[in-house]
Design a protein around this ligand. Structure first.
Ligand code: G6P
Length: 606
């Protein structure tokens, strides 16, 4: 996720672009840059927060009234001056900014390199500048259109050409883009809040559309060239609401971003059932040597690890352990040379997780990081890195980073399973197809938010809530329980459904809420016996179950439905109603949802 800006008008472009980028910084902040046309196109960019760019501009200003800008959240290539946007073709006559992923960029880059092109960065985005320049013969729209025809993926692109100084041209393929309509000037941005203080009149560029922005005119068409006639709309949001994309809290916004985040995390990495993970370089010899996989993490990342353990065990047949990083580092763990340590961390900066990874490495393990932050300490310490592409997560209670971690684990299992020969082609295909369906399944689950709201009303005055499940459902129950306690401050515990009768059942009395996750068909009857045990004690049962499950209604007081799907992938959909449940309970209780008491987004001390 990155933020993009554009301006065409009579005023100096640089301050307008920088101001817009500041409002888009939540979308990424590892580097930033602008390009302004004034005869030639001048580019200024810098690694680091936006203030670094401001310093660069103070030392070396740019003049001109047409320009584009970008604030980056790295996906291809670590944060650096040269990987910062804008990117230009070698002549500097075509300049682009880009948000999203060009899935076939390796192939495009190889083709361009074979023709002699030299690249100044490691990004997928630079390929677009080269492509547009290759097709350019005085008509930027035509060249952008041709580049879009070959560049696959979900992205938004804004381009300018030295020979056409009065216009910028942009396309949208899934990644968001809006035009702000001014008086004798027009703006482009990744979202409406970046422009709300400039105008209230907007044209939303829809998926598959191209827009030509000039000072006095905006022309919208499809990427293929058909005319689009759209009436502008007037935004009535206040600024704070707008920053949260119209949601009341970042947590809600991030929960609803999950279909996109899953799409981005999968983007360009699946080809049939073949997986391409560019920063994972385990050789066949490395794979053979793995005796045990050690997953180390904390908090929500650890809960993602619980899902990973089950997935690795089932698909790879490799013994897999999940260890709290803070325990592992003092345990003298029995790691053997050649083992694989998978360190999971959204921030890549959690002190205990970093220490655990270093310990495992010292014992001879190969360390693979799953992290959301390119260039984070963990990503630099690790031998291999698998980036989730969730974009910046602002809410302390993690949601979209968790689902992105799960998707990363499935991709890893698919990669290792096919490379080691543990997974036959049919099973691999099935998993790959299932992964591709996930954005749709999560989207459909999100549409049933009213069910979570109704359940939340029933839980809001509870003192204690218990979460149960078996196998993968237990992993989901752990994360659902954590979400609830983090932001609602209700006491909540999760346990394997079979463990309940060994103690906790003593606490289940009339009206005590028990949330059961029941998606694993091979364990379903066993899970239901536990439900019957709590029901017999008067528990108020909330169940997470598939649409096709017509038995559950007989036992549960409230059912949170998810679409039918593969059991192995169910954690990705099953967590969604539980995130919504936690959110709505906390909301009804009037808590500070995005910044719960006593907690921090990233714990960088022991
Ligand atoms: C903190 C956060 C949790 C997070 C955990 C691990 O406790 O509040 O939401 O899961 O750290 O963070 P990491 O960045 O390593 O995933």
């Amino acid at each position: 996720m990155c933020g993009i800006m554009g301006y065409v008008g009579p005023r100096p472009a640089a301050p307008i672009l920088v101001d817009g980028l500041r409002r888009l910084e939540y979308r990424g902040y590892d580097s930033a840059g602008i390009a302004v046309a004034n005869g030639t196109i001048a580019v200024r960019k810098a690694e680091g927060k936006l203030d670094r760019l401001v310093e660069v501009l103070a030392e070396d200003p740019v003049e001109g009234t047409v320009g584009i800008g970008h604030t980056r959240w790295a996906t291809h290539g670590p944060p650096s001056d040269r990987n910062a946007h804008p990117h230009a073709d070698p002549s500097g006559a075509i300049v682009v900014v880009h948000n999203g992923i060009i899935e076939n960029f390796h192939r495009l880059r190889d083709e361009l390199a074979a023709e002699g092109a030299e690249f100044a960065s490691e990004t997928d985005s630079e390929v677009l500048a080269h492509l547009i320049a290759r097709y350019y013969d005085g008509d930027l729209v035509a060249a952008v259109r041709r580049a879009a025809a070959v560049a696959e993926g979900a992205y938004a692109l804004v381009a300018m050409a030295e020979q056409e100084p009065g216009r910028i041209v942009a396309i949208r393929r899934i990644s968001p883009l809006v035009v702000g309509l001014g008086d004798g000037e027009n703006f482009l941005a990744s979202d409406i809040p970046a422009l709300l203080h400039r105008t209230r009149d907007f044209l939303v560029v829809e998926d598959g559309e191209l827009v030509v922005v000039e000072a006095e005119a905006v022309r919208l068409e499809t990427i293929e060239g058909a005319t689009v006639d759209r009436t502008p709309f007037r935004a009535e949001w206040d600024a704070e609401q707008a920053e949260k994309g119209g949601y009341d809290h970042f947590m809600a916004k991030e929960i609803h971003e999950q279909p996109t985040v899953i799409t981005e995390t999968l983007g360009g990495r699946l080809d049939g059932h073949r997986v391409h993970l560019e920063d994972v370089r385990l050789s066949e010899d490395d794979l053979r040597k793995i005796d045990t996989i050690w997953i180390t993490a904390c908090g929500t990342a650890l809960h993602a690890g619980l899902v990973g353990r089950e997935v690795f065990r089932r698909l790879l047949r490799i013994p897999t352990r999940v260890e709290y990083a803070h325990e592992f580092r003092y345990q003298e763990p029995l790691v053997r040379p050649g083992d694989l340590a998978v360190a999971i961390s959204q921030s890549g900066e959690t002190a205990d997780t970093l220490a655990a990874a270093r310990l495992a490495r010292g014992l001879g393990a190969r360390v693979l990081a799953i992290t959301n932050v390119v260039g984070s300490t963990l990503s630099r310490d690790a031998d291999d890195v698998l980036y989730t592409r969730a974009g910046p997560e602002i809410s302390v209670a993690s949601t979209k980073a968790y689902t992105a971690m799960l998707v990363a684990e499935y991709l890893l299992a698919l990669l290792l399973g096919t490379a080691r020969g543990d997974l036959d082609a049919e099973a691999a295909d099935r998993l790959a197809r299932g992964l591709e369906h996930l954005p749709d399944l999560v989207d459909r689950t999100l549409r049933r938010e009213d069910e979570a709201v109704a359940a939340a009303r029933r839980l809001v005055d509870a003192d204690d809530v218990y979460f149960i499940g078996r196998g993968l459902d237990h992993a989901v129950a752990m994360e659902g329980s954590l979400k609830l306690k983090e932001i609602s401050y209700l006491h909540s515990e999760a346990m394997p459904a079979g463990e309940l009768k060994h103690g906790t059942l003593a606490l289940v009395t009339e009206g005590v809420p028990v949330v059961v996750v029941a998606t694993q068909r091979h364990l379903y009857d066993k899970t239901l016996s536990a439900v019957q045990e709590v029901k017999a004690r008067g528990a108020f049962v909330v169940a997470v179950a598939y649409d096709a499950d017509d038995e559950i209604d007989r036992f549960a007081d409230v059912v949170l439905r998810i679409p039918d799907g593969e059991d192995l992938l169910a954690p990705v959909t099953a967590i969604v109603p539980l995130q919504l449940l936690a959110y709505h309970v906390a909301r009804l209780r009037g808590h500070d949802i995005d910044q719960p008491r006593n907690l921090a987004k990233s714990v960088t001390v022991e």
